[in-house]
Design a protein around this ligand. Structure first.
Ligand SMILES: [Zn+2]
Length: 296
Protein backbone atom coordinates (compact mmCIF):
# COMPACT_ATOMS: atom_id res chain seq x y z
CA UNK A 1 0.00 0.00 0.00
CA UNK A 2 2.77 2.40 1.00
CA UNK A 3 4.77 1.35 -2.08
CA UNK A 4 1.82 2.14 -4.31
CA UNK A 5 1.41 5.67 -2.76
CA UNK A 6 5.14 6.36 -3.23
CA UNK A 7 4.81 5.39 -6.92
CA UNK A 8 1.87 7.81 -7.26
CA UNK A 9 3.96 10.55 -5.67
CA UNK A 10 6.80 9.93 -8.14
CA UNK A 11 4.38 9.95 -11.05
CA UNK A 12 2.81 13.15 -9.72
CA UNK A 13 6.19 14.78 -9.42
CA UNK A 14 7.14 13.76 -12.98
CA UNK A 15 3.81 15.10 -14.29
CA UNK A 16 4.27 18.38 -12.41
CA UNK A 17 7.78 18.63 -13.78
CA UNK A 18 6.52 18.03 -17.31
CA UNK A 19 3.73 20.58 -16.93
CA UNK A 20 6.22 23.07 -15.53
CA UNK A 21 8.60 22.38 -18.43
CA UNK A 22 5.86 22.85 -21.04
CA UNK A 23 4.61 26.08 -19.40
CA UNK A 24 8.14 27.45 -19.04
CA UNK A 25 9.05 26.53 -22.62
CA UNK A 26 5.86 28.14 -23.96
CA UNK A 27 6.48 31.29 -21.93
CA UNK A 28 10.08 31.36 -23.11
CA UNK A 29 8.99 31.02 -26.75
CA UNK A 30 6.35 33.76 -26.34
CA UNK A 31 8.87 36.16 -24.84
CA UNK A 32 11.39 35.33 -27.55
CA UNK A 33 8.73 35.81 -30.28
CA UNK A 34 7.56 39.14 -28.90
CA UNK A 35 11.16 40.30 -28.61
CA UNK A 36 11.73 39.32 -32.22
CA UNK A 37 8.55 41.14 -33.30
CA UNK A 38 9.58 44.26 -31.39
CA UNK A 39 13.03 44.14 -32.97
CA UNK A 40 11.43 43.76 -36.42
CA UNK A 41 9.11 46.70 -35.76
CA UNK A 42 12.08 48.78 -34.65
CA UNK A 43 14.02 47.82 -37.76
CA UNK A 44 11.08 48.77 -40.05
CA UNK A 45 10.60 52.09 -38.23
CA UNK A 46 14.32 52.87 -38.55
CA UNK A 47 14.21 52.02 -42.26
CA UNK A 48 11.14 54.24 -42.77
CA UNK A 49 12.83 57.10 -40.89
CA UNK A 50 16.02 56.75 -42.95
CA UNK A 51 13.94 56.71 -46.18
CA UNK A 52 12.00 59.83 -45.12
CA UNK A 53 15.26 61.59 -44.23
CA UNK A 54 16.80 60.58 -47.55
CA UNK A 55 13.75 61.89 -49.46
CA UNK A 56 13.75 65.15 -47.49
CA UNK A 57 17.46 65.61 -48.19
CA UNK A 58 16.93 64.91 -51.89
CA UNK A 59 14.00 67.36 -52.04
CA UNK A 60 16.14 70.04 -50.37
CA UNK A 61 19.02 69.40 -52.77
CA UNK A 62 16.63 69.54 -55.74
CA UNK A 63 15.13 72.85 -54.49
CA UNK A 64 18.63 74.29 -53.96
CA UNK A 65 19.68 73.14 -57.43
CA UNK A 66 16.59 74.75 -59.03
CA UNK A 67 17.19 77.91 -57.02
CA UNK A 68 20.83 78.09 -58.15
CA UNK A 69 19.65 77.57 -61.73
CA UNK A 70 17.11 80.40 -61.43
CA UNK A 71 19.74 82.71 -59.94
CA UNK A 72 22.29 81.82 -62.63
CA UNK A 73 19.71 82.33 -65.37
CA UNK A 74 18.23 85.57 -64.03
CA UNK A 75 21.51 87.27 -63.11
CA UNK A 76 22.80 89.95 -65.45
CA UNK A 77 25.33 88.48 -67.91
CA UNK A 78 26.96 90.97 -70.26
CA UNK A 79 26.75 89.88 -73.89
CA UNK A 80 24.05 87.26 -73.32
CA UNK A 81 20.72 88.25 -74.93
CA UNK A 82 17.53 88.03 -72.87
CA UNK A 83 14.00 87.12 -73.98
CA UNK A 84 12.22 87.23 -77.30
CA UNK A 85 10.17 89.91 -79.04
CA UNK A 86 8.24 87.14 -80.79
CA UNK A 87 5.40 85.86 -78.66
CA UNK A 88 4.59 82.13 -78.75
CA UNK A 89 1.11 82.27 -80.30
CA UNK A 90 0.17 78.77 -79.12
CA UNK A 91 -0.08 80.03 -75.55
CA UNK A 92 -2.14 82.70 -73.83
CA UNK A 93 0.00 84.24 -71.12
CA UNK A 94 -0.50 87.15 -68.75
CA UNK A 95 2.38 88.87 -66.99
CA UNK A 96 1.33 90.94 -64.00
CA UNK A 97 4.08 93.51 -63.44
CA UNK A 98 4.27 95.81 -60.42
CA UNK A 99 6.45 98.94 -60.38
CA UNK A 100 7.60 101.39 -57.70
CA UNK A 101 7.65 99.08 -54.65
CA UNK A 102 8.36 97.81 -52.16
CA UNK A 103 5.74 99.22 -49.83
CA UNK A 104 3.17 97.85 -47.40
CA UNK A 105 0.97 97.18 -50.43
CA UNK A 106 3.56 94.72 -51.74
CA UNK A 107 2.75 92.40 -48.81
CA UNK A 108 -0.99 92.64 -49.52
CA UNK A 109 -0.39 91.91 -53.21
CA UNK A 110 1.78 88.90 -52.34
CA UNK A 111 -1.03 87.54 -50.16
CA UNK A 112 -3.49 87.86 -53.06
CA UNK A 113 -1.08 86.22 -55.54
CA UNK A 114 -0.59 83.32 -53.10
CA UNK A 115 -4.33 82.95 -52.62
CA UNK A 116 -4.85 82.61 -56.38
CA UNK A 117 -1.65 80.61 -56.90
CA UNK A 118 -0.26 82.96 -59.57
CA UNK A 119 3.20 84.43 -60.19
CA UNK A 120 4.12 88.01 -61.05
CA UNK A 121 7.08 90.36 -61.50
CA UNK A 122 8.18 93.26 -59.29
CA UNK A 123 10.33 96.09 -60.68
CA UNK A 124 11.76 97.50 -57.49
CA UNK A 125 13.02 100.90 -56.39
CA UNK A 126 15.02 102.10 -53.41
CA UNK A 127 11.85 103.36 -51.67
CA UNK A 128 10.76 102.28 -48.18
CA UNK A 129 13.92 100.66 -46.83
CA UNK A 130 12.01 99.04 -43.99
CA UNK A 131 9.86 97.14 -46.51
CA UNK A 132 12.84 95.64 -48.37
CA UNK A 133 12.42 92.19 -46.83
CA UNK A 134 9.26 91.98 -48.98
CA UNK A 135 11.57 91.80 -52.02
CA UNK A 136 13.12 88.66 -50.56
CA UNK A 137 9.70 87.29 -49.67
CA UNK A 138 8.39 87.89 -53.21
CA UNK A 139 11.43 86.13 -54.67
CA UNK A 140 11.18 83.17 -52.31
CA UNK A 141 7.51 82.83 -53.20
CA UNK A 142 8.49 82.34 -56.86
CA UNK A 143 7.97 85.85 -58.25
CA UNK A 144 10.57 87.59 -60.38
CA UNK A 145 12.49 90.63 -59.19
CA UNK A 146 13.46 93.28 -61.73
CA UNK A 147 14.99 96.74 -61.41
CA UNK A 148 13.10 100.00 -61.92
CA UNK A 149 15.74 102.54 -60.66
CA UNK A 150 16.67 103.51 -57.13
CA UNK A 151 15.47 107.11 -57.01
CA UNK A 152 12.75 107.02 -59.68
CA UNK A 153 13.54 110.70 -60.10
CA UNK A 154 13.33 111.51 -63.83
CA UNK A 155 15.52 114.59 -63.56
CA UNK A 156 18.26 112.51 -61.95
CA UNK A 157 18.13 109.24 -63.84
CA UNK A 158 17.61 110.79 -67.28
CA UNK A 159 20.20 113.56 -66.80
CA UNK A 160 22.85 111.44 -68.52
CA UNK A 161 23.69 107.83 -69.37
CA UNK A 162 26.23 107.86 -66.60
CA UNK A 163 23.62 109.05 -64.08
CA UNK A 164 21.20 106.36 -65.24
CA UNK A 165 23.70 103.53 -64.81
CA UNK A 166 24.91 104.87 -61.47
CA UNK A 167 21.32 104.72 -60.23
CA UNK A 168 20.75 101.28 -61.79
CA UNK A 169 23.80 99.98 -59.96
CA UNK A 170 22.39 101.31 -56.69
CA UNK A 171 19.04 99.54 -57.09
CA UNK A 172 20.97 96.46 -58.28
CA UNK A 173 22.72 96.49 -54.90
CA UNK A 174 19.34 96.51 -53.14
CA UNK A 175 18.32 93.45 -55.18
CA UNK A 176 21.62 91.72 -54.42
CA UNK A 177 21.14 92.34 -50.69
CA UNK A 178 17.71 90.69 -50.81
CA UNK A 179 17.99 87.91 -53.41
CA UNK A 180 21.72 87.37 -53.76
CA UNK A 181 22.33 88.69 -57.29
CA UNK A 182 21.59 91.55 -59.70
CA UNK A 183 18.74 90.55 -62.04
CA UNK A 184 18.87 91.22 -65.79
CA UNK A 185 15.25 92.42 -66.01
CA UNK A 186 14.60 96.16 -65.95
CA UNK A 187 11.83 98.65 -66.57
CA UNK A 188 12.51 102.30 -67.33
CA UNK A 189 10.57 104.85 -65.28
CA UNK A 190 7.84 105.99 -67.68
CA UNK A 191 8.69 103.10 -70.02
CA UNK A 192 11.12 103.29 -72.94
CA UNK A 193 8.58 105.45 -74.85
CA UNK A 194 8.57 108.24 -72.25
CA UNK A 195 9.08 111.77 -73.56
CA UNK A 196 9.62 113.38 -70.15
CA UNK A 197 13.28 112.33 -70.38
CA UNK A 198 13.69 114.74 -73.33
CA UNK A 199 13.41 117.60 -70.84
CA UNK A 200 16.64 116.39 -69.19
CA UNK A 201 18.56 114.90 -72.12
CA UNK A 202 17.57 114.74 -75.75
CA UNK A 203 17.85 111.26 -77.27
CA UNK A 204 18.71 109.54 -74.00
CA UNK A 205 16.13 106.75 -74.37
CA UNK A 206 17.45 105.86 -77.84
CA UNK A 207 20.92 105.35 -76.42
CA UNK A 208 19.81 103.72 -73.15
CA UNK A 209 17.80 100.97 -74.83
CA UNK A 210 20.95 99.94 -76.71
CA UNK A 211 23.33 100.32 -73.78
CA UNK A 212 21.28 98.31 -71.28
CA UNK A 213 21.16 95.37 -73.69
CA UNK A 214 24.89 95.60 -74.34
CA UNK A 215 25.42 95.35 -70.60
CA UNK A 216 23.31 92.17 -70.41
CA UNK A 217 20.00 93.64 -69.24
CA UNK A 218 16.65 93.48 -70.99
CA UNK A 219 13.95 96.14 -70.59
CA UNK A 220 10.27 95.36 -70.43
CA UNK A 221 7.51 97.81 -71.34
CA UNK A 222 3.83 96.80 -71.34
CA UNK A 223 1.00 96.33 -73.80
CA UNK A 224 -1.82 96.73 -71.26
CA UNK A 225 -1.89 99.77 -68.97
CA UNK A 226 -4.11 99.36 -65.91
CA UNK A 227 -3.86 103.17 -65.57
CA UNK A 228 -3.39 102.79 -61.82
CA UNK A 229 -0.51 105.26 -62.16
CA UNK A 230 -3.00 108.04 -62.84
CA UNK A 231 -4.70 107.69 -59.46
CA UNK A 232 -8.00 106.32 -60.76
CA UNK A 233 -10.27 104.05 -58.72
CA UNK A 234 -10.54 100.30 -58.36
CA UNK A 235 -13.24 99.79 -61.01
CA UNK A 236 -11.46 101.80 -63.67
CA UNK A 237 -8.16 100.03 -62.97
CA UNK A 238 -9.84 96.63 -63.23
CA UNK A 239 -11.63 97.57 -66.47
CA UNK A 240 -8.45 98.89 -68.09
CA UNK A 241 -6.35 95.92 -66.98
CA UNK A 242 -8.68 93.44 -68.65
CA UNK A 243 -7.89 92.93 -72.31
CA UNK A 244 -8.44 90.14 -74.81
CA UNK A 245 -6.31 91.77 -77.50
CA UNK A 246 -3.05 89.94 -76.83
CA UNK A 247 -1.89 86.35 -76.56
CA UNK A 248 0.83 87.68 -74.28
CA UNK A 249 -0.57 90.46 -72.10
CA UNK A 250 2.03 92.38 -70.10
CA UNK A 251 0.11 94.52 -67.62
CA UNK A 252 1.44 97.65 -65.97
CA UNK A 253 0.47 97.87 -62.29
CA UNK A 254 2.01 99.54 -59.24
CA UNK A 255 2.69 98.35 -55.69
CA UNK A 256 3.70 101.69 -54.19
CA UNK A 257 2.29 102.97 -50.91
CA UNK A 258 -0.50 105.06 -52.47
CA UNK A 259 -1.89 102.27 -54.66
CA UNK A 260 -4.51 100.79 -52.37
CA UNK A 261 -6.94 100.79 -55.32
CA UNK A 262 -4.61 98.45 -57.23
CA UNK A 263 -4.71 95.99 -54.32
CA UNK A 264 -8.52 96.16 -54.37
CA UNK A 265 -8.71 95.70 -58.15
CA UNK A 266 -6.24 92.79 -58.30
CA UNK A 267 -8.53 89.83 -57.43
CA UNK A 268 -10.98 90.80 -60.19
CA UNK A 269 -8.14 91.16 -62.72
CA UNK A 270 -6.75 87.72 -61.83
CA UNK A 271 -10.19 86.12 -62.02
CA UNK A 272 -10.80 87.69 -65.44
CA UNK A 273 -7.60 86.22 -66.94
CA UNK A 274 -8.09 82.86 -65.24
CA UNK A 275 -11.60 82.72 -66.72
CA UNK A 276 -10.25 83.64 -70.16
CA UNK A 277 -7.81 80.71 -70.10
CA UNK A 278 -4.55 82.61 -69.61
CA UNK A 279 -1.48 81.21 -67.84
CA UNK A 280 0.14 83.55 -65.34
CA UNK A 281 3.88 83.84 -65.69
CA UNK A 282 6.59 85.73 -63.90
CA UNK A 283 9.09 87.19 -66.34
CA UNK A 284 12.03 84.90 -67.03
CA UNK A 285 14.98 84.87 -69.40
CA UNK A 286 13.05 83.12 -72.18
CA UNK A 287 9.69 84.90 -72.03
CA UNK A 288 8.10 87.44 -74.33
CA UNK A 289 9.58 90.94 -74.25
CA UNK A 290 7.31 93.96 -74.71
CA UNK A 291 9.02 97.00 -76.25
CA UNK A 292 7.46 100.39 -77.00
CA UNK A 293 8.43 102.67 -79.84
CA UNK A 294 11.20 105.02 -78.72
CA UNK A 295 10.10 108.65 -78.81
CA UNK A 296 13.17 110.35 -77.36
ZN1 LIG B 1 7.56 103.78 -61.95
Amino acid sequence: MRKKRRRYNIHGMILCGLVFFVVAATAFCMVANSREAAAEEKRIAAEKKAEAERMEKEAKEEAARKEAERAASFAVQPGVPVGSLEADMDRKVVYLTFDDGPSENTGKILDILTKYGVKATFFITGANQDQRPLIKRAYEEGHTIGLHTYSHNYSEVYASEEAYFKDLEKVGDVAREQIGYVPCFIRFPGGSSNVVSAKYKKGIMSSLVEKVQEKGYQYYDWNVDSTDGTGCGKDEIAANAKSDQYHHAMILLHDSQTKGATVEALPGIIEYYQGAGYEFQAIDRECFVSHHAILN
